[in-house]
Design a protein around this ligand. Structure first.
Ligand code: BGC
Length: 811
């Protein structure tokens, strides 16, 4: 069942009922000011850091769901309604929500009044704009009241939700004409404030929640809206809000537009005040002036459109397969940009308070956005590398505002270091910018320990090489990619962290997955060394990689698939002898992607085992059989009920590893079959089962052991976005950046007889048309660049601004 449809020409998903199976959200903002906005105008805004600079409140896990946000109340005659249906939930005569690239347009109609709410964050500015258009389609004059409403957060979302004995006394606002300023803590430690404004003077306002909603009122029934209107309240403590009341009289057929904004501004300490106790509002006034009229609003919206046009212009596919084109050209890349901005911090499943930026997460996200924003990827790599420790290990997370490693979680996740090589390697392949390796980067955020980035990569590689267990496989530490496989932690009591209880490392527990990574990214490291003329170091790295490959095939091979790990007692995890958890997806994907057992046959066997044992109609589950009881020696993974999350859920992130692995063996048919199984656009018509947004990937779909098999959770912020984009754009369609140029190596299903990819790469544009007349799965017989036959399948790097036509024939 569908709850909307794709409008590809406008790059929008159009939701046609507010009663979606879950709130379906969008992200507004792509630089420093961000907002989450659901299809009913729920959500919240923040500046840079969803925990430390939260601008508006949102109550997770609330009932009713999703009632805080950017709501508008319409009072028209005796009827109160919202164009997005929530929170009053008055039935609408018509409703739609268009989620587009960085903007959302919600439209509701009731009793002949059509109200449209357009929201976006303009490029280069720290504010959310909201234009409200009201059109009187009835035959009579209408006098209508319009109330925008939002609730301020007292900046630190964690504190805001817990430290009430303080918070109830500190809230402060200022009112200045059509603007409401939020300035809690501005007097003392903060040099920033927020402002909510409209471009028209309101009839009345409220800034105290109790006055607007009523103490026992609610967003679903604000007293001001249902009663006598806004009261002019000035918040002192309690809950500061911004609400306004605008009265409009509309002749039949008339339309009125108002522009609202929520801005964030900083003042230098010496410029904080314009009079004692009065905020210096110079910057805010300039911001208001920038968006004073519709022309300015339209221009800012057009600039946003241009921004996305440029980003999505880097990789464009024409395949004739509608759903595929839509995923590749629009939504998958859009989601990659969102994961770049958010990492795993703020979604409708991530509170914005828990995790900042993950070391491994952000490195993997790079794989999906580096082609669109290489300069920002560069900056990101350097930020991440600065949270690495001198021994090559790394903080597992860092806060985006401070860019400092998160001490509470610390280090000890032994896959982290190698992801830095993965991310940097992707950057080098994309840009050819070798100067990044000379950048001097802190270790442990300490400038006295700074070294060139190259040295960071060297230590990443060195860390794994020097932390091996009894089988010559890498020690796992607290956990590897699978945060929930905690072989050294032994979390026994309620409230103890699964990940950081107990020693960060034992001398025994080993990971076959990290071994696969070491082979894959160790080779990348060797290539980088060779490219830099470090031939001895490259050869030495290759020797270490070869030894690891051997260790995997000796101690990591179970007969028909790769084992997962050895636990702290030296027992196999992910092998036939195990009672449960006999086979895991991760090592099959990573080891085959690394080419382990490709020649000798283990790789093919491993993928066959995935098909036989892990595949379901909704995707590949993480392991089988699911754990049915908690196992102290395995940790969090066995704490989940069977079929959920890492305990045999369909963890979407590693499905594309299998897709890539299949292409490694030339299996185009199978790779695509797996690709489409989890691709959201292909799941649109089972939205009632899938439940999350049909335009983005979710972290997890409940596996076959779960009662809700097929139900997705944790949409948006997942490494799935980057990896699936990699799997389709590079592994299947075969357009692969390498250190030396753009390789063309498609591995496709037989129905794809012809497709064109237009790819901007290192300043030139290649229009690559692949013809596959005989339906081959893999192999290129001829490549012509502007008519000239090429030897090999790597397109040379062209001059900046050059355009080339590339004809490729498979078979
Ligand atoms: C984390 C990843 C991790 C994955 C699997 C995600 O929630 O962000 O870092 O690799 O779970 O455990």
């Amino acid at each position: 069942m569908q709850y909307g449809f794709f409008d590809d020409a406008r790059r929008e998903y159009v939701i046609t009922t507010p009663r979606t199976p879950l709130p379906w959200i969008n992200y507004l903002g792509s630089e420093s000011f961000f907002a989450l906005c659901s299809n009913t105008a729920g959500g919240y805004a923040f500046y840079r850091d969803a925990r430390l600079r939260r601008l508006t409140r949102y109550r997770y896990n609330n009932a009713p769901l999703d009632q805080e946000g950017f709501h508008l109340y319409i009072r028209d005659g005796g009827c109160v309604w919202n164009p997005g249906w929530q929170p009053v939930q008055t039935e609408l005569d018509a409703y739609s929500c268009r989620h587009g690239l960085g903007y959302t347009v919600i439209r509701g109609e009731k009793n002949g009044l059509a109200v449209t709410q357009e929201l976006f964050v303009p490029q280069g500015d720290d504010c959310l704009l909201m234009r409200v258009s009201l059109r009187n389609d009835s035959g009579a004059v209408k006098t209508t009241d319009l109330f925008p409403y939002l609730e301020f957060c007292l900046w630190d979302a964690m504190d805001d939700g817990s430290n009430f004995q303080r918070n109830y006394s500190i809230g402060e606002v200022e009112i200045d004409g059509a603007a409401i300023y939020h300035k809690t803590e501005y007097r003392e430690r903060r040099d920033h404030y927020a402002v909510f404004w409209s471009n028209r003077k309101p009839l009345a306002f409220d800034t105290a929640r109790e006055a607007f909603l009523g103490l026992y009122g609610s967003p679903a029934r604000p007293e001001a809206v249902f009663g006598a209107g806004c009261t002019g309240s000035v918040a002192h403590g309690w809950q500061p809000i911004a609400a306004q009341q605008h009265r409009l009289t509309l002749a039949p057929g008339a339309e009125e537009r108002l522009i609202f904004g929520l801005g964030y501004l900083e003042n230098a300490r010496e410029e904080k005040w314009e009079a004692p106790g009065v905020i210096n509002k110079q910057k805010a006034r300039a911001m208001l002036a920038r968006y004073a009229d519709n022309a300015a609003f339209d221009a800012a919206l057009a600039a946003l459109g241009q921004h996305w046009e440029t980003l999505l212009g880097v990789y464009r596919l024409r395949s004739g397969e509608e759903k595929l084109d839509r995923m590749v050209n629009i939504w998958n890349q859009y989601q990659c940009m969102v994961t770049f901005n958010m990492s795993r911090s703020a979604s409708y499943f991530e509170s914005g308070m828990g995790r900042g930026m993950g070391f491994r997460d952000s490195c993997q996200d790079l794989l999906g956005f580096v082609h669109m924003i290489p300069e920002r990827a560069r900056e990101r790599i350097l930020d991440i590398a600065a949270t690495q420790f001198p021994d090559g290990s790394a903080y597992h997370q860092y806060q985006p505002l401070t860019k400092k490693g998160n001490l509470a979680v610390g280090s000890g996740f032994n896959d982290d270091p190698l992801w830095l090589i993965a991310g940097t390697d992707a950057y080098l392949r994309e840009t050819g910018d070798w100067s990044i390796l000379d950048e001097i980067v802190d270790f442990d955020n300490d400038p006295t320990l700074a070294q060139p980035l190259l040295e960071h990569l060297r230590r990443s590689f060195g860390f794994t090489r020097t932390h091996l267990g009894p089988h010559g496989l890498p020690l796992i530490g607290r956990a590897d990619w699978n945060d929930c496989l905690n072989l050294n932690c032994f979390s026994e009591h309620p409230g103890e962290s699964f990940q950081i209880t107990g020693p960060s490392e034992g001398p025994v527990a080993e990971s076959v997955f990290i071994a696969g990574m070491f082979v894959k990214y160790g080779r990348a490291w060797a290539d980088i060394c060779r490219h830099l003329g470090l031939a001895d170091e490259a050869a030495e790295a290759e020797r270490a990689v070869a030894a690891m490959e051997k260790a995997v095939l000796t101690s990591g091979w179970d007969g028909a698939w790769f084992r997962r790990a050895y636990d702290a007692f030296g027992r196999v995890v992910g092998g036939r002898e195990c009672e449960e958890g006999q086979i895991f997806i991760e090592p099959q994907g990573m080891c085959v992607m690394a080419g382990i057992g490709k020649e000798s046959g283990e790789a093919a066997l491993a993928l066959q085992s995935v098909e036989d044992r892990l595949e379901t109609k909704y995707g590949i589950v993480l392991l089988q059989p699911a754990y049915t009881r908690y196992r102290l020696e395995l940790g969090e993974i066995s704490s989940y009920p069977p079929g959920y999350k890492e305990n045999a859920g369909i963890f979407c992130h590693n499905n594309p590893w299998i897709v890539c692995a299949e292409t490694e063996l030339g299996h185009g048919e199978r790779a695509f079959a797996l690709y489409r199984r989890t691709a959201p656009a292909y799941l649109e018509d089972i939205s009632e089962i899938h439940r999350t947004e049909p335009y983005v990937y979710s972290q997890m779909i409940a596996g076959k052991d779960a009662p809700s098999f097929g139900e997705a959770k944790n949409s948006w912020l997942t490494g799935t976005a980057a990896w699936t984009f990699l799997s389709i754009s590079q592994a299947i369609l075969g357009i692969k950046p390498t250190l030396d140029g753009l390789q063309v190596d498609p591995c496709v299903p037989s129905f794809l007889r012809r497709f064109t990819v237009t790819r901007r790469y290192r300043g030139a544009e290649y229009e690559i048309t692949v013809e596959n007349p005989d339906g081959a799965e893999h192999g290129v017989s001829e490549i012509r660049l502007d008519g000239r036959a090429l030897s090999g399948n790597i397109l040379p790097v062209l001059e900046k601004g050059a355009r080339a036509q590339v004809q490729v024939r498979m078979g």
